[in-house]
Design a protein around this ligand. Structure first.
Ligand code: ADP
Ligand code: ASP
Ligand code: MG
Length: 437
């Protein structure tokens, strides 16, 4: 049996949902369907999930979310009318308006895109609707409860001969409140369901032919990766390849369920297979290149720092106290840098962090730069192969890009370089050109 997750673009228009229907009904093994909220219908359009976050903000600001909810309702009414299915959307949206008014976080609001999308898709396919709130569970501290969820998914979904549709992105807390995963989390829901029903394959249907060597928005028509390993996927998606949520591999890894990225708009293509072990497949030197902008780099200088026992621990304890995660810690003899990606998203004050580091280790100098991009070059093929780093550095030199930081994992699965945000696209193109040009 196959679990199929359809992303936002696949759920956005009458044409794309009809395409989804054809894909599902063309293979009797496609019985477990996970859907995202409708995404953008055209460039410049707004995803339903973003509208729902806006609805929550409108509720807080004006005491009612009516305006934005009307816009969302119109989209579902138009979709269902044109798809020839009927549903009481008025009743659904009344309940949603009440739910948003009673919520103290945006999670319930944000989750309704997937909920409504699954209700609609179940009708279009003639499959049963199963609410994620009943099978996907969080603990009271907000962490995902994998074991309880797996049990419930197994009991509720496994062996259903007639087909089911499950909304992605959310589950429920013990106090009955709805909680969402991080953005793009429907990929994770698909993986959870694949594990629970012991799927033969987890098909992840999106709007590109598969996992490309690098971001197609930066490099024109990059090569497709036919096969990559769970480890490579984790590195690439964590570092910014947004085609699949970085956590998608955890639920499927113990059973080694393959993930197959496919294009809803070109279903005849085989897409990309993500496997537990790719040892038997041809291995290019580099499998993929991914990155993200806007990291903060804090550099601390102090004479004879390396002789001061506990120096790094003290600096890192400050970062920990602010609930921030550390991406990299390149060190020199008298300098230490800490690269952090989530200072801005967590709303933490940089001035306060610097003050605390000063108090903790009394450094000679602290420097903060807020515009560092990290670019990861990833591949099992790099291990024990001389010259890979030289090729990357030479490509960046020829492109006139200054390297701010270098980090190589000891497994040799990745080499990470830090460059200025303004150089990010040029650096990505240069590295791509060096290995695939
Ligand atoms: P969905 O809504 O189907 O989940 P996403 O927008 O989350 O789709 O992911 C697909 C998008 O990821 C593509 O349209 C593409 O722009 C982007 N992307 C970024 N990096 C890559 C990559 N390495 N390979 C393919 N797509 C990528
Ligand atoms: N709709 C959610 C988002 O936009 C989840 C998803 O699409 O995977 O992030
Ligand atoms: Mg996605």
């Amino acid at each position: 049996m196959k679990v199929c997750k359809f992303g936002g673009t696949s759920m956005a228009t009458v044409k794309s949902v009809t395409q989804v229907k054809d894909i599902v009904l063309s293979d009797k093994e496609r019985k477990y369907i996970v859907v995202s909220a409708p995404g953008k219908r055209f460039s410049g359009d707004t995803k339903v999930t973003d509208l729902l976050y806006a609805a929550y903000a409108e509720q807080k600001e004006k005491g009612s979310a009516a305006e934005t909810l009307k816009e969302i309702k119109d989209r579902f009414v138009a979709l269902s009318t044109e798809l020839g299915v009927s549903h009481d959307w008025d009743a659904e949206f009344e309940k949603i308006a009440e739910g948003i008014a009673a919520s103290s976080t945006a999670d319930y609001a944000a989750s309704r895109g997937e909920y409504l999308s699954a209700v609609l898709t179940a009708k279009v396919l003639g499959f049963e609707f199963i609410d994620s709130a009943d099978i996907i569970k969080f603990r009271s501290d907000g962490t995902f409860d994998a074991l309880l969820t797996n049990d419930l998914v197994k009991k509720r979904c496994m062996g259903n001969p007639d087909g089911i549709v499950i909304p992605g992105f959310y589950g429920r807390m013990p106090d009955k409140k709805i909680k969402t995963f991080t953005r793009g989390g429907s990929d994770f829901t698909g993986a959870i369901v694949a594990r629970g029903v012991k799927a033969d394959v987890y098909e992840n249907w999106t709007d590109v032919d598969g996992f490309m060597v690098t971001d197609p928005r930066i490099v024109d028509d990059p090569r497709l990766i036919e096969v990559l390993s769970y480890e490579e996927l984790r590195e690439l998606s964590y570092m910014g390849a947004s085609v699949l949520h970085p956590d998608s591999v955890f639920p499927v890894q113990s059973d080694g369920i393959p993930i197959n990225i496919r294009n809803t708009f070109a279903p005849e293509k085989k897409g990309t297979y993500i496997l537990k072990d790719t040892a038997g497949y041809p291995r290019p030197l580099v499998t993929g290149i991914a990155g993200r902008k806007g990291n903060t780099n804090i550099t601390i200088k102090k004479a004879m720092m390396n002789g001061e026992i506990g120096f790094c621990r003290k600096v890192l304890s400050v970062i920990e106290r602010y609930g921030l995660s550390v991406e990299h810690v390149p060190t020199g003899i008298d300098t230490m840098s800490v690269v952090i990606s989530d200072i801005d998203s967590k709303g933490v004050s940089k001035a306060k962090i610097i003050e605390d580091i000063r108090g903790m280790v009394n450094p000679d100098h602290i420097d903060v730069s807020e515009s560092m991009s990290l670019i990861a070059v990833v591949g099992h093929g790099m291990a024990n192969t001389p010259g890979t780093a030289a090729k990357i550095f030479n490509a960046l030199y020829l492109a006139g890009v200054n390297i701010r930081m270098i980090d190589q994992g000891s497994s040799e699965l990745n080499i990470i370089v830090g460059v200025e945000d303004k150089d990010y696209d040029a650096a990505t193109r240069a590295i791509y050109g060096a290995f695939f040009g």
